[in-house]
Design a protein around this ligand. Sequence first.
Ligand code: CP
Ligand code: NVA
Length: 307
Amino acid sequence: MNNLHGGDLLSLADLNADELHDLLTLAAKLKYGDLRPRCDGKVLGLLFYKASTRTRVSFSVAMCQLGGQVIDLNPSTTQVGRGEPISDTARVLERYLDILAIRTFAQQDIATFADYADIPIINALTDVYHPCQILADLLTVRECFGKLNGLTLTFLGDGNNVAHSLLLGCALTGVNIRVATPPEFKPDDAIVARARQLATDSTIAIVDDAKAAVEGAHVLYTDVWASMGQEDSAVDRLPVFQPYQLNSGLVQLAAPEAIVLHCLPAHREEEITTEVIEGKQSRVWDQAENRMHAQKALIASLLGLVV
Ligand code: CP
Ligand code: NVA
């Protein structure tokens, strides 16, 4: 098994296909109790500049179950919130912590932490990527279908951080991905190009026709239309995104065995209807649970607890 000892996870492009596969396999083993690695005495820092329920709690519980401790570094009560440079903060925190997960706005800020801190840095969401989410998503899809390679996943809505990480994650695992967005909200061209470089065995389609995008798909995925930091434009976005709402009409066009995913939190009757998120094809609660198993595997791998 590949382990990522001493590395960082800033984006899924930090992993190769084998490393990602091994991480998912490790997550499944941890979930079903086949392995019980320990990291007694190790400390995970959580530095979150944006709200979080799932990521914060799943990281905390994962670290507790591994025997380690968690310190919540609230930016509003630490000096980073008063403008202490990241380069200084990072060099101090690496002296105390064993591993650090950061949720912030700019991807560059996470990269700066990684440059200055010689401990594993985990991207717990930026404006550009959400790699930990996609680890859990791929674990969920693999549990449901017994494989990843050859499946088709359709993402509907905003070409956002979740869409970007899905593009990379699907490319690395042989999942065909279709991203359907309004023309002005497409994913970043450079990230799509990177995903195309990584994809050896699968297709990537960026389209604006939601109906065509869901036809025959195995996984239907959506996320909020206005991400954290974009709240001011949320009302203006509603009519633009309405054709991309994940509703029962679209679900009927997918494969009969299709599953529905949403990273949560969800806005019911906006990007997804109550009928669909509460429906029999929804796997969102398993998906949320898998955040914990996937991140436990990530921590164990980055700390070198498994060989
Ligand atoms: N999906 C996700 O990252 O949820 P939180 O914002 O609650 O962490
Ligand atoms: N795209 C969303 C994901 C939240 C988990 C956001 O960035 O707010």
